[in-house]
Design a protein around this ligand. Structure first.
Ligand code: AMP
Ligand code: MG
Length: 486
């Protein structure tokens, strides 16, 4: 049984109260020998939690779901989803929503555990998580946040002291995650699949209330919800593309209504620019490759729109027409967000017209792909090129003549080097550095992970001593694969 304690935290449960049909009351598995591996002190403070308390046995009890405040109502959430295109009923198989924290700024956020034991949705799974993948989610989500990309956050990873059977036996862990909510496209697919019109409406009202309260002022609030989710996802995926992020498992259950990145599994940052880049070992067809992400986002949003049809209009044909009209705006919203981001990466002001920015970007990306240039390093080096020193940038190209021709055209627009340095990161969680940090942490040395986190948590400020965090993997690192056996 979970201990019930008087703790300096209040956990509310509007999700469970509004949507009891999608919430199964459950408790975390017992963690007998917990060790706090990493705590996000700054996030704790932002949430109104005392980091010193979280380090105590009471705090670690909270972070593992083993000691919850009075009135807490932890639940496993039901959802469904298209996984690699196939519809399945899912739900939190190894996760729990502990409750919602209203932070000192008034923002409501979910406190959620991953790896907290089997739930009624576990199907064949063991309900557990290993230290490595949970620290991976911690590092990459914190890097994404520092890059300015909406994401769930990581509060802590606690080692359980137990072992988890994967291809080999691995030490187990629980990740404490914070999100503006865990409502997913798959949550709506679940509600729609039940055939319960009242449930679907309650879910949509809950989502509007939580994320898009302005929609209540619209004559068709559910259409407005659809439009706002489409806009949020267009902007999110453009953000991913601009930093070279490959999510890896863009199933509809891994796409939020809030527009935050969620469920870091076999994700990675691209090194050399190539739209076909795939890291996930289970994505043999490249469905979720870097270059496919915008198309997949739109496909997922079409699944979302389908779930909302009964709410959009009484007449089905009218509802379909409304949904198609909204979905039809995705490509322009995405392209607009991407172009604005690319304009900033190239340091170009609004005086340069869209067609010129597009042409410069397309030519540069083609050169990067053909000459296998590291995406992040090259964009960062363009800041120095804008200041008159193009040698670092030139050195990335096997055939610099073609780059020189591009450079002359770009420099003619007087790019703003300082502005570029604020949007082109020096430090991203490069795959070889993440692997190195995880391997050490699993062995008990969290030093490399802490140094990597320090680098990627302030990604735009170049600092002496961090040179190895700013360069691509050595060729010996080889072809990178990430595994879904998380
Ligand atoms: P994910 O790939 O993490 O997005 O998970 C997809 C689905 O599988 C979700 O319903 C998870 O809760 C479930 N799942 C993943 N791993 C496990 C596990 N080890 N035990 C139980 N359920 C799991
Ligand atoms: Mg998931």
């Amino acid at each position: 049984m979970t201990a019930v304690l008087t703790l300096p935290i209040t956990l509310e449960s509007t999700f469970a109260a509004n949507l009891p049909d999608m919430a199964v009351a459950w408790h975390a598995g017992k963690v007998s020998d917990p060790t706090l591996i990493i705590l996000n002190e700054k996030l704790a403070v932002d949430l109104g939690l005392d980091p010193a308390f979280l380090r105590t046995s009471g705090g670690i009890g909270l972070l593992t779901g083993n000691g919850l405040p009075e009135n807490a109502n932890p639940v496993a959430q039901a959802y469904a989803g298209h996984q690699f295109g196939n519809f399945t009923r899912l739900g939190d198989g190894r996760a729990l929503l502990l409750g919602e924290i209203v932070d000192p700024s008034g923002q409501r956020r979910d406190l959620h555990l991953k790896g907290s034991g089997r739930t009624p949705f576990a199907r064949g799974g063991d309900g557990l998580a290993a230290v490595g993948p949970m620290l991976r989610e911690y590092i990459v989500s914190e890097a994404m946040h520092a890059l300015g990309i909406p994401t769930t956050r990581s509060l802590a990873v606690v080692g359980t002291g137990g072992m988890v059977r994967r291809e080999e036996m691995l030490p187990g862990a629980v990740l404490a995650r914070v999100a503006s909510s865990h409502l997913r496209v798959g949550s709506f697919q679940y509600a729609r699949a039940t055939g319960d019109a009242d449930l679907l409406r309650r879910l949509a009202d809950h989502a509007i209330n939580r994320h898009y309260p302005e929609a209540t002022r619209s004559p068709n609030r559910y259409l407005d919800l659809l439009d706002r989710v489409i806009a949020a996802q267009a902007s999110l995926v453009a953000g991913w593309m601009l930093v070279g992020f490959v999510h890896g498992v863009m199933n509809t259950d891994n796409m939020t209504i809030s527009g935050e990145t969620i469920d870091y599994g076999p994700c990675a940052f691209m090194d050399t620019f190539d739209p076909a880049t795939v890291y996930s070992s289970i994505d043999a067809m490249g469905r979720y490759s870097y270059g496919n992400q915008p198309v997949i986002a739109q496909w997922n949003l079409a699944r979302f729109a389908e779930t909302l049809l009964p709410l959009l209009a009484e007449d089905l044909d009218e509802a379909v027409a409304l949904a198609e009209n909204s979905l039809g705006r995705f490509p322009a919203l995405y392209s607009g967000a991407w172009l604005a981001g690319m304009r900033a990466k190239l340091g170009l002001t609004d005086d340069v017209d869209d067609d010129a920015v597009t042409a410069l970007a397309d030519t540069l990306l083609t050169l990067l792909q053909e000459q296998q240039v590291d995406y992040t390093s090259l964009f960062r080096s363009l800041g120095a090129a804008a200041r008159g020193d193009a040698e670092t940038a030139r050195a990335f190209f096997g055939e610099p003549d073609r780059f020189d021709a591009w450079l002359a055209k770009w420099l003619a627009h007087s790019p703003d080097a300082d502005a570029m340095d604020g949007v082109n990161p020096v430090y991203i969680p490069r795959n070889h550095l993440v692997e190195e940090a995880l391997a050490s942490a699993v062995e008990g040395d969290v030093g490399p992970m802490e140094r990597l986190l320090a680098a990627v948590s302030d990604p735009f400020t170049e600092r002496p001593g961090l040179e190895r965090y700013a360069v691509a993997a050595p060729p010996t690192f080889g072809c990178y694969r990430t595994f879904c056996g998380t």
